[in-house]
Design a protein around this ligand. Structure first.
Ligand code: FES
Ligand code: FES
Length: 170
């Protein structure tokens, strides 16, 4: 019988601030690594083809779909997942709190992608227009909300983030 051993690769990934050295199959997706090896199940498994956005994470400061990202290609990347948005003491970040306050989700299946894309948007733009929000979230599908409450949550998140930045500098 043919030898079924598969190639493995050593990766050193900083995930939510913690370094993980892992030997993984060369074909393993980042999504499988997060969920199966590290139990970071806040990143959701949806279409597995790069279309729904539920698996979105941040890689070196830019959002990416983890279902179509091979973990072995990431070298020493810094990765943030939805769990990593929470403050160190467990408090929800202003973005998470805004989505909660504004009912920016119903079943929450899309929430990881919506929140990670909102976090990236607000890094670059402290007062996004409706059009800019739609562009930033375009790769994320929501089957429940009709998107209105999500847009409202993003605007509330911008307000909260701006307020906490102002308070920190006063
Ligand atoms: S699960 Fe990755 S885009 Fe849908
Ligand atoms: S809240 Fe259900 S998919 Fe968006």
């Amino acid at each position: 019988m043919e030898d079924m051993l598969e190639d493995t690769v050593l990766v050193n990934l900083r995930i939510n601030g913690k370094l993980h050295e892992l030997e993984i199959p060369a074909h393993k997706s980042l999504l499988d690594l997060l969920r199966d090896d590290l139990n970071l199940t806040g990143t959701h498994m949806g279409c597995m083809t790069g279309h729904c956005g539920a698996c979105t994470v941040s890689i070196d400061g830019r959002v990416a779909k983890s279902c179509i990202t091979l973990a072995a290609t990431l070298g020493r990347a810094k990765i943030t997942t939805i769990e990593g948005l929470t403050e160190d003491d467990g408090t929800l970040s202003p973005i998470q709190q805004a989505f909660w306050d504004e009912a920016g989700f119903q079943c929450a299946f899309c929430a990881p992608g919506m929140l990670m894309c909102t976090a990236e948007l607000l890094e670059d733009n402290s007062d996004p227009s409706d059009e800019e929000i739609e562009t930033a979230l375009a790769g994320n599908l929501c089957r429940c909300t009709g998107y209105q409450s999500i847009r409202r949550a993003v605007k509330a998140a911008a307000d909260k983030k701006n307020k906490s930045t102002r308070e920190a500098t006063e």
